[in-house]
Design a protein around this ligand. Structure first.
Ligand code: MF3
Ligand code: CO
Ligand code: CO
Length: 396
């Protein structure tokens, strides 16, 4: 069948592949008979974009409900999940309505974008810049990068304290949301590419980007809490930890400890002159020794004025990451380690990354600064400049 030109009033058939790039991004198929026709009608055509964006931003059906709804409603499956093919035993529930950040708190650019797009990150991507070197001024001023990371640490500690059997991940989200506000910070995940909550909570087979919901944490769960804070000075600090709740089996304990050791092993290599691609080798070695695998889809990243920027930091071996570490670089390492195969896919909520085989996954993350002699953990626990494992610290 011949395809008609999408310009209103134009009856030409489309013979080439001339699609509107904005429509493509929005998931619409609109083709034009010629570049000229497209240009002539653009003022009119672009109204389609505005409508499509509006429709996309409306809350989807069956994903959220108020906190005072009956338990059976709160715990029901979201619409997308009813015919969804799950890999493991975890299921989503509904989640609470969007939480509000007071207008007095500095907001990142994506906070008010319809699709949560960060224009500053998009610009940065187009410019293939070098990795930014942060000055001691930018790090040390009152609301500098160091402060953002310290706030992130405090907020994660609050969330960790609230975690126990029976608490919902929605309640963890509330704790994180309020702890951020108390510290004059914006919770970076909120509306980042439309992420609906203020923190990521990833349970058992969820690798990362789990959405807090009304599910109660169960005895034996492993729960990752990933906090990022954006401060008054305009800097992000990003860290996460996996917690063992109640009586976790030996396989689970080994997995969590292995993911901790993988991050520690990568940190050992950080100093000026090290290639970013070398980190994956150390992580792979540690993981293999414990018969675990390394997730390839999600990587560590540069961070600071932007949530995600250069360098890209893969955690797997034989990667082709670009760049050499230099004093002043600030980035995250956040290996995701699986009990089974490294494969992942995304749930119908468009966020939760889960293992293909349904086996559990664990992660730890720090934001770090490359110094003249090595590194500094910007998201370290107080009085703990080097990561140290303590059996009790992450057990709830
Ligand atoms: N904190 C995550 C990271 O370590 C990113 C979460 S993005 C979100 O990079 F939108 F899911 F919140
Ligand atoms: Co993170
Ligand atoms: Co990160």
């Amino acid at each position: 069948m011949a395809l008609l030109c999408s310009s209103s009033g134009c009856n030409n058939t489309v013979t080439s592949n001339l699609a509107c790039p904005t429509c493509k991004k929005l998931g619409l198929d609109n083709y034009f008979c010629s570049q000229d026709c497209f240009k002539k009608n653009y003022a009119d055509h672009k109204k389609v974009h505005a409508i499509a964006k509006k429709v996309k931003s409306l809350p989807r059906d069956g994903i959220s409900c108020p906190q005072d709804a009956p338990a059976e409603v709160k715990l029901s499956l979201p619409d997308w999940a009813s015919n969804f093919s799950f890999s493991g035993s975890l299921r989503p529930t509904l989640y609470s309505p969007q939480r509000i950040i007071p207008r007095t708190i500095r907001r990142p650019d994506y906070a008010d974008h319809m699709s949560g797009v960060s224009e500053s990150e998009q610009r940065d991507k187009r410019n293939h810049n070098n990795i930014r070197v942060y000055t001691s001024e930018e790090l040390d001023i009152e609301y500098g990068l160091r402060h953002a990371c310290k706030m992130g640490r405090e907020v994660l500690d609050c969330a960790g304290k609230a975690l126990r059997v029976g608490v919902t991940t929605d309640e963890i989200d509330r704790v994180v949301h309020e702890a951020c506000i108390e510290r004059d910070c914006y919770p970076s995940p909120l509306n980042y590419y439309n992420f609906p909550k203020s923190v990521c909570t990833s349970v058992n087979e969820v690798i990362c980007h789990g959405i807090p919901d009304y599910r109660e944490v169960q005895d034996g769960d492993i729960v990752n809490i990933d906090v990022t804070t954006y401060n008054r000075g305009g800097y992000h600090g990003d860290l996460n930890e996996t917690f063992l709740v109640g009586d976790v089996d030996d396989e689970g304990k080994n997995l969590v400890k292995t993911s901790f050791d993988c991050l520690a092993a990568a940190l050992d290599l950080v100093k000026p002159g090290t290639l970013y691609r070398e980190l994956g080798t150390a992580i792979h070695k540690k993981a293999s020794k414990s018969k675990c695998s390394v997730v390839r889809t999600y990587c560590g990243h540069g961070i600071g004025s932007l949530f995600h920027t250069m360098p890209n930091v893969p955690h797997y071996h034989k990667n082709k990451a670009k760049g050499t570490m230099k004093a002043g670089h600030v980035f995250t390492i956040e290996p995701m380690i699986n009990l089974g195969n490294p494969g992942d896919f995304t749930w119908g909520d468009n966020w939760s990354a889960v293992t293909k085989d349904g086996k559990r996954s664990s992660q730890f993350e720090h934001t770090l600064l490359v110094t003249e002699t090595g590194y500094e953990l910007l998201t370290a626990r107080e009085n703990e400049p080097i990561m140290t494992w303590n059996d009790h610290l992450n057990t709830r």
